[in-house]
Design a protein around this ligand. Structure first.
Ligand SMILES: C[S@@+](CC[C@H](N)C(=O)[O-])C[C@H]1O[C@@H](n2cnc3c(N)ncnc32)[C@H](O)[C@@H]1O
Length: 233
């Protein structure tokens, strides 16, 4: 099953990923090294808020928010990512709840339990984004905030050599399939920008902000798309 492949891939590469990314424990970065929470203020004051991080990986973002007084829960498919998260939380003297689970099926979490849902570069791995959105809607309280970043759908068009700025892929493709560095084949459902927006609205979210940040390196095509949406009651 494809989700088993995704889990296996992340279990095999969790440590390498953490070593390579060196994610900050000071400021949430919605894109790799830029688009920081301290500049964008998408989450607001999190003190006392119940926050869930979906596809939390090493839970660096949850640790940052817990330091600011949030009560954080991290969910990830990969037990190896969660082991890394547990060690990091201990090192930082932070208490966070970590759950091995699938953001497309959060059966273990009750309805309307969280004030804020956060996800950074994880929903790209969803088999069906609208299923994940429905789960987030279910576990968020009325007017709860959902902030997430994903690889920008137009960035995918640049294929394996984005620096060449040549369109090599089809924007309208519905499925992306590739073989990971681990040799494991994976498959995800592709989303156009309109798919993301329409699925959010259809699920019951109001879009408050959509951002397509640039950086010194990312100048011509956005590599990351960020949404802040609010759960309509
Ligand atoms: C690119 S990493 C991002 C991790 C973290 N958010 C960060 O910014 O470093 C993607 C993560 O999503 C997790 N993931 C993929 N599919 C998932 C699913 N269906 N449910 C929960 N986690 C999932 C992977 O295990 C991996 O840890």
């Amino acid at each position: 099953m494809n989700k088993d492949n995704i889990r296996d891939h992340w279990n095999l590469t969790a440590l390498e990923y953490q070593k390579k990314r060196q994610i900050s424990y000071n400021d949430i970065e919605y894109a790799d090294g830029y688009a920081k929470e301290s500049e964008l203020n998408l989450l607001g004051d999190v003190k006392g808020k119940k926050v869930i991080e979906l596809g939390c990986g090493g839970a660096e973002n949850s640790i940052i928010l817990a330091k600011q007084g949030a009560k954080c829960t991290g969910v990830d498919l990969s037990i190896e990512q969660l082991k890394y998260a547990r060690n990091s939380a201990e090192k930082h003297g932070i208490d966070i709840e970590l759950i091995e689970g699938d953001f497309e099926n959060l059966f273990m979490l009750g309805n309307k339990r969280f004030d804020i849902a956060l996800s950074i570069f994880a929903l790209d791995w969803a088999q069906d984004l609208k299923v994940a959105f429905k789960e987030v809607y279910r576990i968020l309280r009325d007017k709860g905030i959902f902030v997430f970043s994903m690889q920008h759908p137009t960035w995918n068009l640049l294929g394996e050599n984005p620096s060449e700025l040549k369109i090599t892929e089809n924007y309208f493709k519905e499925i992306w399939e590739w073989e990971e560095s681990t040799g494991i084949p994976v498959k995800v459902h592709a989303s156009k920008i309109s798919d993301i927006i329409n699925q959010l609205i259809h699920t019951g979210f109001s879009i408050e902000r959509m951002l397509e940040p640039s950086s010194d390196i990312i100048k011509f095509v956005p590599s990351t798309i960020i949404f802040k949406v609010i759960r309509r009651s």
